[in-house]
Design a protein around this ligand. Structure first.
Ligand code: SAM
Length: 354
């Protein structure tokens, strides 16, 4: 498909069986375990792909191509190199058919996106320095619900460390999430959906909730609607501390969503020093301890993370302190805690933001 100039000529797929026909042909019943909800309407898949911006001559990684509806839209949008990562082997024959029709533009990886080394998936020469425009590399996917949150957390950590997909520069992401998760990712200060995920996504990237797809557009229909979210990594993250430290501060602060934020901050410190160190941290950060976690802005969180980092530099043991571990040891020794000390629910693990 190279034109005489060496540039890729524009390309459209030749006539193919429809995605619906392929599903029938290969008897592809949706697997609940793999969160399979297919999009068969190519106008809708085109609309998702448009949110990524121009894909002319782009390198793209598509997560979970399944029967290939979104895949077709990505190819028709002008992508020159499309790497698809699919876990379910039943889709591989259909994807091979598509790859042949796309004349070498589609590379198929039969694997798990959670472990796939994307930093090895594309040529090094497409990289752009972090401070420049994003590289012509996009990640696009109608994500399986069951992995969408751990996957975005993993990619946010990669974003912070400029590793994985971000070893090439400020790679942009266009992804679907359950509507509620899309709302949390993009929630602003004081909104009902403001959560850990809002802070973690927004301190590192510009996040847009592009549009909502009604559940009925999918086959089979999921129980919820779906939001399409676009991420562009910021040149300068709004918080300069290591990702894991920011995550720890945010996780503790949001442990008691409806209480004053100092309640969560307290849980960063061992019982014996809790009051004293919380006061010191709040004063140093100059954050009103009576604000609710949902009212905190990113500058507030930055000030808290900086103050916590300062304390950890002075007293390195604080870094490894975990409130849950203290609780566990207390229970083991028979000194149960009072209900007032308990978070509203079991604190979520680092990979399951509330
Ligand atoms: N892209 C297709 C579409 O829009 O119709 C399918 C989307 S479906 C919601 C999610 C797809 O991701 C399925 O094809 C599923 O097999 C695949 N998948 C699930 N878990 C995966 C994983 N860990 N790694 C790669 N693909 C996965």
């Amino acid at each position: 498909m190279m034109a005489a100039s060496g540039k890729l000529a524009s390309f459209r797929l030749p006539p193919l069986p429809t995605v619906g026909e392929l599903i029938k042909l290969y008897k592809l019943r949706a697997e609940k375990q793999l969160s399979q909800n297919f999009l068969l309407d190519l106008r809708l898949t085109d609309k998702i792909v448009r949110q990524a911006g121009s894909l002319k001559d782009a390198h793209v990684c598509e997560v979970g191509p399944g029967p290939g509806g979104l895949t077709r839209s990505i190819i028709n949008a002008g992508a020159a190199d499309l790497l698809v990562v699919e876990k379910d082997s039943r889709f591989i024959p259909g994807l091979k058919l598509l790859s042949e029709a796309a004349q070498g533009r589609v590379r198929i990886v039969h694997g798990d996106i959670l472990t796939y080394r994307m930093d090895r998936g594309f040529p090094v020469n497409i990289s752009k320095p972090w401070g420049e425009d994003p590289p012509n590399l996009h990640i696009i996917g109608n994500l399986p619900f069951n992995i969408s949150t751990p996957l975005i957390i993993k990619w946010l950590e990669h974003m912070a460390n400029r590793t994985g997909p971000f070893a090439y520069g400020r790679t942009q992401l266009t992804l679907t999430f359950q509507k509620e998760v899309a709302e949390r990712l993009t929630a602003s200060t004081a909104s009902k959906q403001r959560s850990r995920l809002s802070i973690m996504a927004q301190y590192l990237s510009t996040v847009h909730n592009c549009f909502t797809i009604p559940g009925r557009a999918f086959v089979p229909k999921p129980e919820v609607d779906v939001g399409v979210v676009h991420f562009t990594p910021l040149v300068q993250p709004q918080i300069q501390q290591p990702f894991k430290m920011v995550e720890k501060v945010v996780r503790n602060v949001f442990q008691f969503r409806r209480k004053h934020c100092h309640k969560g901050v307290e849980k960063l410190f061992p019982e014996a020093r809790r009051i004293e160190l919380t006061q010191e941290m709040m004063q140093k950060a100059d954050v009103d301890p009576t604000l609710r976690p949902t009212d905190l802005t990113i500058p507030h969180i930055r000030a808290l993370a900086d103050a916590y980092a300062h304390l950890c530099t002075r007293e390195p043991d604080l870094l490894s302190f975990e409130f849950r571990e203290e609780l566990r040891l207390k229970h083991l020794s028979g000194r149960g805690n009072t209900p007032m000390d308990m978070p509203a629910s079991t604190p979520p693990s680092p990979l399951q933001p509330c």
